[in-house]
Design a binder for this molecule. Structure first.
Ligand code: GLV
Ligand code: MN
Ligand code: MN
Length: 413
């Protein structure tokens, strides 16, 4: 199909991103759609409609991933998996995650009924952001059969577990199975979410590796008290301890040899102006390309929490076990990286590491995986102003179609 033929398909993908941005837990225009929350039902309905129209059979798996299958020349052949995630952060942009799913459907539409030596499965993962349960990748971990009992038992702010959320949505996590031999490769397209491609004047980029991350939920427990009667030196102010930790323990560590660390959530118990805060719940997100350095950063940050809290007679608790919420840096498949760069324009296409997490990080240890980035104007993401240029989305679709064709004519060995 020519670039002109792909234009309307890319435009439809963008319209679908707009349509999905209207499905939110919060009043519009605020877009928030966390793991299997009520608006996800309508997302599923629309996906089913679009995938069916594109000639796919559709199923929903045991963790709420939506999977459309476009058969190959031989029914039942292994599939090229194309996808990304359907959930969002609170107050999100319209493209983080869903753009990759919509481009997957558009790539199947571009086949226009032509059958390939492999099937194509387009997957919309139910969860990647970690917004509801404090840990990311629930959808892709479920897809590959790696949702541990600890992850299924994690609870959201209302006390509902991952397992309960899945079962209430009508899916059964115990049914999840994965057979890597059923897949030839994984391709994900995603907005870059940063300024690098723009700074290089490049519409597309290809990812070399996805940086590892650790997330923890912590609590500072002091004692609530009267703001007017309790002298400063007799307070056990949990918020003061948490604030000192953010600045000295976390920010003080953040520049540490190229790492980043973020306290994205901090909830004080009181919320009244005349009450000393007795308890603070907070999150911390730590990332570094070198896994050992990330681990050292986590230790340093949590040790700082202990030290700062103890000096203020406040208790510091860490809720999450490391195993449940740590993800190592994952390299993309070198052969696919080369092909994707060729499909996206050749040696001038920037190769970059991703500081953001992506579902490709979970697929990559099991099947050859690659990740295409689409330029983010202004580098803006995890923000309602996130956007993309229509011409870049057309180029991304063209690159994906060329990539599919390269796999069809020259399979990976
Ligand atoms: C996902 O967007 C993440 O990297 O936090
Ligand atoms: Mn994303
Ligand atoms: Mn995101």
């Amino acid at each position: 199909m020519t670039m002109d033929g792909l234009k309307p398909l890319a435009a439809a993908a963008l319209e679908r991103c707009d349509r999905l941005a209207r499905l939110s837990e919060h009043p519009l225009p605020r877009l928030t759609r966390t793991f299997l929350s009520p608006p996800m039902r309508e997302v599923h309905r629309l996906l089913r409609e679009w995938m069916t129209a594109a000639g796919m059979s559709v199923r929903v798996d045991g963790i709420g991933n939506v999977i459309g299958r476009y058969e190959g020349a031989v029914p039942g052949a292994p599939a090229l998996l194309i996808g990304s995630h359907l959930d969002t952060v609170p107050d999100a942009g319209r493209f983080d995650g869903v753009l990759g799913v919509m481009l997957g459907i558009a790539a199947v539409e571009a086949m226009a009924g032509r059958r390939l030596p492999f099937a194509i499965e387009v997957v919309g993962f139910s969860e990647e952001e970690g917004a509801r349960f404090g840990t990311p990748y629930l959808g892709s971990l479920g897809f590959v059969g790696r949702l541990s009992p600890e992850l299924l038992a994690l609870r959201d702010a209302n006390g509902a577990s991952v397992e309960h959320a899945a079962r209430s949505f009508g899916v059964d996590p115990s049914s999840l199975r994965f057979d890597a031999s059923r897949y030839v490769a994984y391709l994900e397209a995603h907005v870059e979410q940063g300024p690098v491609l723009e700074s290089r004047g490049a519409p597309l980029g290809v990812v070399s590796a996805i940086v590892g991350q650790s997330r923890r939920r912590v609590r500072f427990v002091g004692r609530a008290g009267h703001a007017g009667t309790t002298p400063m030196n007799l307070r056990r102010d949990a918020l003061a301890a948490a604030a000192e930790w953010v600045v000295r323990g976390v920010e003080g560590c953040a520049g540490w040899r190229g790492g980043v660390a973020t306290v994205g959530r901090m909830t004080p118990s009181s919320g009244a102006s005349n009450v000393i805060v007795g308890e603070v719940a907070a999150s911390v997100d730590v990332r570094h390309e070198a896994d050992e350095t990330r681990e050292r950063m986590v230790t340093e940050i949590l040790d700082a929490g202990q030290t700062i809290a103890a000096r203020r007679d406040v208790v510091f608790e860490v809720a999450d076990a490391a195993a449940a919420s740590d993800h190592r840096t994952v390299a993309m498949d070198a052969r696919l990286v080369g092909r994707l760069r060729a499909a996206a324009g050749g040696d001038d296409v920037p190769l970059l590491a991703s500081g953001a997490g992506h579902d490709a990080a979970i697929l990559a240890p099991l099947i050859p995986a690659c990740l295409l980035f689409v330029r983010s104007p202004g580098g803006v993401s995890h923000h309602p102003d996130e956007h993309v240029y229509a011409a870049d989305v057309e180029r991304a679709l063209a690159a994906m179609v060329r990539f599919v064709e390269s796999l069809a004519s020259d399979p990976l060995v």
